[in-house]
Design a protein around this ligand. Structure first.
Ligand code: BMP
Length: 264
C-alpha cells in the first residue's frame, strides 16, 4: 500500500518532511500509535521499546521524568528507538518567550540534538515556534512542532477561541506539523479538523481500549473513534506500558487505529 492511497488529502496537503516521514512509517507498520513512554528508568524504556517497537511509529518521551538520566544513558534510548524505526518525540510543552524556548532546547537534555518532534503551548504567542526552530537550525537539524490546540485533561482552559487562535499560529508557521487534540472527544476532534484543514496533522492523547477515565483527571475515548473523527496519530501511554502484555496491547492499538484509518 502506498501512503498517498491510504492518507489521501492529508498526504498531499501536509508539506513538512516530518509529516510525510510519520505517514510513511505508519503505513510500513500499519499503526497510527505513538507510544507515550512515561517510565522513569532508562533500562525499562529500552525494554519497552524492544517489546512494542514493531507496532508503534514514534516514541513520545518526557525526558525530565527519567530518574537515571545522563546524556550517555539517553543515547541508548535514542539508539534503540532508531533501530526500531521510531521518530523521537519529546513532549516538552514549551511555553515561554521565543528566546528562552530556544535556550531550553539545549541545556542538560539537549532536546534539539535528538528530538524530531516537540510540543509547544501557544499561550505566549507565535514566537515560541521560531525559538524552537532556531535551536534546531543551530545544530543543522530539522524538526516539527505540535501545538496544543486542545487537551484531554478535565477542566482545562484551552477554550474553543484559544484553539482557533492556536490554529492561526500553526497555519502561519512552516515549523508546525500539526496539533494536539483531545482524544477523549470525537466531537472536539471533528471540530479541530474542520478548522485545521488537511495541511496539518492532529495527534491525540486521551485514548484507551479499556478505560474511560485515568488517574488525576485524565479522560479517555476509543482510539478508533478518534481516528475516524480526524486524528492522525493516537498517543497511548498506560494502555500499553501499564498492560499485562505490552506487546499484545500495542498490537491491539495498532489494529484499531489502522482499521479506522482505512475506514475514513
Ligand atoms: P496515558 O495514555 O497514560 O494517559 O498518557 C497520555 C500521555 O499523553 C501523557 O504522556 C501525557 O503527557 C500526554 N498528554 C495528555 O495525556 N493529554 C494532553 O492533553 C496532552 C498530552 O501531552
Amino acid at each position: 500500500m502506498q501512503p498517498d492511497e491510504v492518507w489521501g488529502a492529508r498526504w498531499r496537503a501536509c508539506a513538512h518532511p516530518l509529516a510525510h516521514q510519520y505517514m510513511e512509517s505508519a503505513v510500513r507498520k500499519q499503526s497510527l500509535v505513538v507510544l507515550a513512554a512515561d517510565l522513569p528508568r532508562v533500562d525499562d524504556l529500552i525494554e519497552l521499546i524492544a517489546r512494542v517497537g514493531p507496532h508503534v511509529t514514534a516514541l513520545k518521551t518526557h525526558v525530565d521524568m527519567v530518574d537515571d538520566f545522563s546524556m550517555s544513558e539517553w543515547g541508548r534510548v535514542i539508539e534503540s528507538a532508531r533501530a526500531h524505526d521510531l521518530m523521537l518525540f519529546e513532549d516538552r510543552k514549551f511555553a515561554d518567550i521565543g528566546k528562552v524556548a530556544q535556550a531550553q532546547m539545549g541545556g542538560l537534555y539537549d532536546i534539539r540534538s535528538w528530538a524530531d518532534v516537540v510540543t509547544a503551548h501557544s499561550v505566549s504567542g507565535p514566537d515560541v515556534l521560531d525559538g524552537v526552530a532556531a535551536a534546531w537550525d543551530g545544530v543543522q537539524r530539522i524538526g516539527g512542532i505540535l501545538l496544543l490546540a486542545q487537551m484531554s485533561s478535565r477542566d482545562n482552559l484551552l477554550s474553543e477561541e484559544y484553539g482557533s487562535r492556536t490554529i492561526e499560529f500553526g497555519a502561519a508557521s512552516p515549523h508546525v506539523i500539526g496539533y494536539i487534540g483531545n482524544g477523549s472527544s470525537p466531537a472536539e476532534i471533528g471540530g479541530l479538523r474542520a478548522k485545521a484543514g488537511d495541511g496539518r496533522m492532529i495527534w491525540t492523547p486521551g485514548v484507551s481500549l479499556t478505560a474511560a477515565e485515568g488517574a488525576l483527571g485524565q479522560r479517555y475515548g476509543h482510539p478508533g473513534d478518534a481516528v475516524r473523527a480526524g486524528s492522525d496519530a493516537v498517543i497511548v501511554g498506560s494502555g500499553i506500558h501499564g498492560a499485562d502484555d505490552p506487546k499484545e496491547a500495542s498490537q491491539s492499538y495498532a489494529e484499531a487505529s489502522w482499521k479506522a484509518l482505512l475506514e475514513r
